[in-house]
Write a protein that binds this ligand. Structure first.
Ligand code: SF4
Length: 576
C-alpha cells in the first residue's frame, strides 16, 4: 500500500510505500490521519495556512469484504477546534483508493489555484479546476460525471469549503451518485479549500491491489459476523438513524429550542416513523448502503411530491439540530435543509447549532425554516457577511452575538444528545479530543460495550465515565480499521477485528493488541491537543448545562471538574 503526497503549490506528486517495518503499517483511517498530523503538523500552525496538512485515508480493512469497512477518514488540524481532528464518511471512494493500492493521500502547502486530483490506474495528476469554481456539490458532481463517467468516486467541497468557512465539509458521492455523504465535523472542508483542491476523483481500477493474505480464513470470521448483523439490525435497517427521534424525545434527551428542553411536542410530525411513511408513500428509497460492503444499509433517499430527489440520507442528528432544536416541525423542510447543507458543503450539526444560537438571540424566528434555507442558498453560497456569520460555527456566532447559551465544546457544536440527560454521551462530548463529537463514543441508551457489565441508567452518572471511556477506545479502533461504528464498538468485537486483520495481513494480533492500537491513537491525539493549547482544563461543558435544568426530566450536568480533567488517566491502567 502507498501513501501519496501532493504539494498543491509546487504541483508535485510523490509516493512512499508502507512496508511491514513502517510505523504506519498497523494504522489506517483515523489512526493514520492522527499519526501523520502528529508527526508532520506544527501544533501551533494556522489550520488554514501552509503548515497544516490534509490527510485522506482509508482503513486497514478497506478493500476487503468485511462488513461496513469502506469508510474514509479525513484528518487535519481543525480550524473549528484548533486541535487534531478526524471525520469519517462513507461513499464510493475508500474502496476505490484501496483497489488502487493507496492507503492515504497527504495534501501539503496551500494554493490559490483551484485544482482537481485525478487518480487513475496509470497516473495520478493535478488538473486545473477553475471552471468548477463556486459550484455546489450537486452541480459539480453532474459535471464531473459528464466528463469522467458515472462510475467515478468523488470527494469534493462546495462553496463553503472554497470560502474556507469553519463549518465546511468534505463531501463523498454515494452509491446512487449523490454527494450526500460528508466528513462533516471540524471544518475539514475549509482545510481542503485552503489547499485549492475542489475535488479528488477516483477512476475505478481494473484490478484490486488491496492486500489479502488468506481469504478463506478471513471469511471464516467475516461471513458469520455479517450474517449476524443482517439478522439483528432489521429495525435499524428499516428506519435508519431517524428512529432515534421519537425515542430520544420520550427519553427527555433530544436537544430542543437551543438545548433548553429535552422533548418536543410535535415530535410525531418529524419522527422516524413519519419519515418512513413519507418515503414509502412518495416512492423514495429505504435500506440503502452508503458505501460498498455495508450489510446494515441504514440510509434513505427522500423525494418530493413529484418524485424528484431532495436529499439522501436524512439522519437523526440533522433532523434534531435543525428540527427540534429550531422548532421546525415538517419533514420537507428538514429534507431541504439537508439538501442545501450538502450542496454548499456545510455540516448539518454545526449549522443547526448555529441557527439555534441565532434564534435564541432573537436574530431569527423559531421555526422559520424558509429563512434557515435562504441563509444556506443565498448567503453562505455567496459568501455574504450574513453567510460568514452562519458559516463559521456555533462558537463563532455565539461570540459575535455575545450569546449566553452557546452549546459548544472545544470550539465545536454539541451534537444531538442533551449532556444533562444522556450522561455518558455528555462525558464523551466533554472529553474526546475531537470536540463535541458523538461519533467518538456514542453512548446511546442501551449500548453495552462489554456483555455482562452493568453500566446503569442513562440518566444516572454511575459508571458513565467507564462507559464513555470503553466506547471511545473501541470506537477509535473501529475508526482506524475504517469501519462504521454501527457494527458495534465492543470488547467482543475487538477479537473479531483481530481475526480478520490477522487473516488479511498474515499477523498474530490478539484482542489486547487491537485495543492497544486504539489507546495509542488516543494518546497521540491528546498529546497533539496539549501542544496546541487544548489541555485537560478544556474537558468540560458550557456553564448553562450545570446551572439550567432541562425539562421534562429537570436534570443538570453533574460530573465534577476532577472527573473530567482526570478522565484520560484511564489510558494507563484500565482493566478492559
Ligand atoms: S450502517 Fe448506515 S452509516 Fe453505516 S456504512 Fe451502512 S449505510 Fe453507511
Amino acid at each position: 500500500m502507498k501513501i501519496i503526497r501532493i504539494d498543491v503549490k509546487k504541483k508535485s506528486i510523490s509516493h512512499d510505500v508502507i512496508t511491514k517495518n513502517s510505523k504506519y503499517f498497523f494504522l489506517g483511517a483515523r489512526g493514520l490521519t492522527s499519526q501523520i498530523v502528529s508527526d508532520e503538523v506544527n501544533p501551533q500552525a494556522d489550520p488554514l495556512g501552509p503548515e497544516n496538512k490534509l490527510i485522506i485515508a482509508n482503513g486497514m480493512l478497506a478493500g476487503s469484504p468485511f462488513p461496513n469497512s469502506a469508510r474514509t477518514s479525513v484528518g487535519a488540524k481543525s480550524p473549528l477546534t484548533n486541535g487534531i481532528k478526524e471525520a469519517n464518511v462513507g461513499g464510493r471512494s475508500a474502496m476505490m483508493l484501496a483497489r488502487h493500492g493507496i492507503r492515504a493521500l497527504i495534501f501539503e502547502n496551500i494554493s490559490d489555484d483551484l485544482q482537481i486530483l485525478l487518480i487513475n490506474d496509470d497516473k495520478i495528476e493535478l488538473v486545473d479546476a477553475e471552471v468548477y469554481k463556486g459550484l455546489g456539490n450537486y452541480e459539480l458532481n453532474s459535471k464531473l460525471y459528464e466528463r469522467y463517467g458515472n462510475t467515478i468516486g468523488i470527494y469534493s467541497i462546495g462553496p463553503a469549503g472554497e470560502y474556507m468557512m469553519k463549518s465546511a465539509t468534505v463531501a463523498a458521492n454515494d452509491l446512487e451518485g449523490y454527494p450526500s455523504r460528508h466528513a462533516a465535523r471540524g471544518g475539514l472542508g475549509a482545510v481542503m479549500g485552503s489547499k485549492g483542491i475542489k475535488a479528488i476523483i477516483n477512476i475505478p481500477s481494473k484490478e484490486s491491489k488491496a492486500p489479502m493474505h488468506d481469504l478463506k480464513k478471513f471469511r471464516e470470521t467475516s461471513t458469520p459476523f455479517a450474517k449476524n448483523l443482517i439478522d439483528t439490525k432489521t429495525a435499524f435497517s428499516t428506519f435508519g438513524t431517524s428512529m432515534g427521534m421519537k425515542t430520544m424525545s420520550n427519553f427527555g434527551g433530544i436537544p430542543t429550542k437551543n438545548f433548553s428542553m429535552g422533548s418536543f411536542n410535535d415530535i410525531d410530525k418529524i419522527s422516524g416513523e413519519a419519515l418512513h411513511e413519507l418515503v414509502i408513500k412518495r416512492g423514495g428509497k429505504k435500506r440503502l448502503a452508503c458505501s460498498p460492503t455495508c450489510v446494515i444499509k441504514c440510509s434513505n433517499l427522500i423525494v418530493d411530491q413529484k418524485g424528484n430527489h431532495i436529499t439522501s440520507s436524512l439522519e437523526y442528528e440533522t433532523m434534531c439540530l435543525n428540527g427540534t432544536n429550531l422548532m421546525i416541525n415538517d419533514l420537507d423542510s428538514l429534507a431541504n435543509i439537508d439538501h442545501f447543507c450538502d450542496d454548499v458543503g456545510i455540516d448539518t450539526i454545526e449549522y443547526g447549532g448555529t441557527c439555534g444560537v441565532a434564534m435564541d438571540c432573537g436574530k431569527l424566528n423559531w421555526g422559520d425554516a424558509q429563512k434557515v434555507i435562504e441563509i444556506l442558498d443565498k448567503e453562505i453560497r455567496n459568501n455574504t457577511e450574513i453567510g460568514k456569520l452562519f458559516g463559521n460555527g456555533v462558537k463563532y456566532i455565539g461570540d459575535q452575538l455575545s450569546a449566553k447559551r452557546v452549546p459548544q465544546i472545544k470550539g465545536q457544536g454539541i451534537s444531538a444528545y442533551d449532556p444533562r440527560v444522556m450522561k455518558a454521551m455528555g462525558v464523551t462530548f466533554a472529553t474526546t479530543p475531537m470536540g463535541a463529537d458523538h461519533t467518538s463514543g456514542a453512548a446511546i441508551v442501551g449500548r453495552v460495550p462489554r456483555q455482562g457489565r452493568n453500566y446503569g441508567e442513562y440518566t444516572d452518572i454511575k459508571n458513565k465515565l467507564d462507559l464513555s471511556f470503553e466506547l471511545q477506545v473501541y470506537t477509535t479502533v473501529m475508526d482506524t480499521m475504517g469501519c462504521c461504528y454501527f457494527i458495534g464498538p465492543s470488547y467482543e468485537n475487538m477479537s473479531i477485528l483481530a481475526n480478520v486483520i490477522n487473516a488479511m495481513y498474515d499477523l498474530q494480533l490478539t484482542r489486547n493488541d487491537v485495543i492497544n492500537i486504539g489507546k495509542n491513537v488516543l494518546r497521540i491525539e491528546i498529546e497533539f491537543n496539549k501542544k496546541a493549547g487544548i489541555t485537560k482544563d478544556s474537558n468540560d461543558v458550557p456553564e448553562f448545562f450545570k446551572n439550567e435544568a432541562s425539562p421534562p426530566l429537570n436534570l443538570k450536568f453533574s460530573f465534577t471538574k476532577n472527573d473530567l480533567q482526570n478522565f484520560w488517566d484511564r489510558l494507563d491502567n484500565y482493566v478492559f
